[in-house]
Design a protein. Structure first.
Length: 187
């Protein structure tokens, strides 16, 4: 582990595992989190992330929901099994209620949607309690967003197996893949 100390302190920097398949995003976030006094280790796939996690036992982790064709949810579960004290934030551009619930159940501390800046991520890593003052929206979700949420829920119920989820939904697997590849509508 890096023994570089905080400026003016005698403590080691806390280790943070950053897992995302986008190299540019990782580079930018690596620099931002390093400036906030974290020893950042980057992986672009789940296999490399598990090797790093086993070697480093990170105190913190920021994991993308979609890592290539893999689900970051499986990594959350594995990191939590390795060390239940690791503070994990799931970060995604494909947010859904189903994946947020599953991430928390599997051991994530918090769930953020992209774009999220480094300050939001650091705050989420250290957030211990819920916020009863979160605003409740005035409008219900749109039909398109409800469809997206339902597809995500069914996919989670089938352990992210697209073929099984498509059979359950009565649609062709490629149709489901196309619908899932689209970014969700905001509301």
């Amino acid at each position: 582990m890096n023994t570089e100390a905080y400026p003016g302190h005698d403590e080691e920097l806390p280790s943070l595992l950053l897992v995302d398949d986008d190299p540019t995003f990782c580079e930018v976030l690596h620099m931002a989190l390093s400036r906030r006094h974290y020893e950042v280790h980057v992986a672009h796939n789940i296999a490399d992330a598990l090797v790093l996690a086993d070697r480093l036992a990170p105190e913190y982790a920021v994991i993308d929901l979609r890592i290539g064709l893999e689900s970051g949810l499986s990594l959350v579960e594995k990191l939590y099994a390795l060390d239940s004290n690791t503070r994990i934030v799931m970060l995604t551009g494909y947010a859904s209620i189903a994946t947020a619930v599953e991430a928390i159940k599997l051991g994530a501390t918090h769930y953020l949607t992209k774009p999220a800046d480094a300050d939001e991520i650091v705050a989420a890593l250290h957030k211990d309690e819920g916020d009863a003052n979160v605003q409740i929206k005035d409008k219900p979700l749109s039909v398109k967003r409800l469809e997206w949420e339902h597809l995500q829920k069914v996919l989670m119920e089938h352990d992210s197996n697209i073929s099984a989820a498509a059979r359950s939904l009565g649609m062709h697997r490629r149709t489901l893949q196309r619908k899932l590849d689209k970014r969700p509508v905001r509301e």
